[in-house]
Design a protein around this ligand. Structure first.
Ligand SMILES: *Cc1c(COP(=O)(O)O)cnc(C)c1O
Length: 377
């Protein structure tokens, strides 16, 4: 069933029907955004069977840009634990953890990847390519293996990518291409390779954010459709935070929730272009040159979705801050010691930010984005 209304060109605004199955705009070649028919969605889901279905990524299929979901490529992603913190909650705040390390390849990236790879299958793609600092690559490699699609992962030479993530990518059978420079250069190389070769470009582009919305869908569902006061996310390319913000807006449009949370975005001191722009009240996210942090999954000097992340922070009346590597490692150890939750450095960033912004009150969800076993400390 097609619940998507249309695919609209980001550049020229041309509308396309979902049945046309296009990669780019027919008129100008621009990227396509999806516009949903919320009325139709509302009529589909206010059925008891929806509310009763167990919580996992594809429960919310009507909010994804896939045309025929029987073709989905899945490893049963999502349905990750939402755990109340025993140690960090107090009189003023109730802290919850969404533990995304429990996804099939160990990070929340699987939610975006299942949508992207399903789309690639729908479009009949034979090869995909993707720039990564490790997690995205491992995720894309796994789902491509499952779909039987050839996969090339571009990794930056100047980022200290965890050996375990590299092994993981190789074992799934993907080809690794190492590129000189930082992640942002690698992303540009990969984009240009895709343009030249016709390989399907994956990463933080139109459809990934649609998939990553399920972090927010699940939080609302697990809280019985009550919305937390704050959701805190680490920001690398900024895709996760804007996707989570979009997800709550989707739920409000179809009447499943009434209010919206405030979004809090946290970056590392060694790479904080979005936070700096937000704090200075500027409009445009300026790239930084030599990003460096132990949290390699958020080492993106020129964030692909920086503007969308900034907009999510502003529209939600949210906050942003940065934390240093020492603080991140301290939190990582506390999470393991006090809560039994083992995360990689980027996975500890949201809670590190919360500890810094200690005046915040209410119900707060920290998204713990990746598993500790992928990059152990
Ligand atoms: C990708 C990733 C992030 C950053 O997410 P963005 O969508 O790039 O902002 C944070 N933590 C982990 C573990 C990741 O893999």
């Amino acid at each position: 069933m097609v619940l998507a209304k249309s695919f609209v060109c980001v550049k020229c605004g041309k509308n396309h029907k979902p049945e046309e199955k296009l990669v780019h705009c027919k008129k100008c070649g621009g990227p396509l955004d999806i516009v949903y028919d919320y009325k139709k969605i509302k009529n589909t889901i206010v059925k008891e069977s929806f509310l009763r279905e167990r919580i996992w990524h594809w429960k919310y299929w009507m909010f994804y840009p896939i045309i025929d979901i029987s073709n989905k490529v899945t490893l049963m992603e999502g349905g990750t634990p939402l755990l109340k913190s025993r140690y960090f909650s107090d009189r003023n705040k109730e802290v919850w953890f969404k533990f995304e390390g429990m996804n099939p390849t160990g990070s929340f990236k699987d939610r975006g990847t299942t949508v992207e790879v399903s789309k690639a299958v729908e479009l009949g793609m034979k090869e995909v390519c993707c720039a990564s600092t490790g997690n995205m690559g491992a995720s894309v490699a796994a789902y491509c293996a499952r779909a039987g699609i050839k996969c090339k992962i571009f990794l930056p030479k100047d980022v200290v990518v965890s050996e375990l993530k590299i092994k993981q990518i190789k074992t799934y059978g993907a080809e690794i291409v190492k590129i000189k420079g930082e992640y942002s250069q690698t992303a540009k190389e990969c984009e240009s390779y895709a343009r030249k070769s016709g390989s399907y470009l994956m990463g933080d582009y139109q459809y990934r954010g649609e998939g990553q919305k399920s972090v927010g869908f699940e939080i609302a569902d697990q809280m019985n459709w009550k919305v937390p006061d704050y959701v805190i996310c680490p920001m690398g390319n900024g895709t996760l935070i804007y996707a989570v913000w979009d997800s709550f807006n989707d739920l409000k449009k179809v009447g499943l929730i009434e209010k919206l949370p405030k979004m809090i975005g946290i970056q590392a001191e060694g790479c904080s272009p979005i936070v700096d722009t937000f704090k200075k009240g500027k409009k445009k996210v300026e790239p930084i040159d030599n990003p460096k942090t132990i949290a390699t999954a958020i080492e993106c000097g020129d964030p692909l979705d920086g503007q969308k992340a900034l907009k999510a922070l502003k529209d939600s009346n949210g906050l942003a801050d940065k934390v240093n590597d020492k603080e991140i490692l301290k939190t990582l150890k506390l999470l393991a010691n006090k809560e039994g939750l083992y995360v990689e450095p980027s996975g500890a960033v949201s809670l590190t930010g919360l500890l810094k912004l200690n005046k915040i009150k209410g119900t707060i969800v920290c998204v713990l984005t990746g598993h500790g076993l992928k990059d152990p400390f």
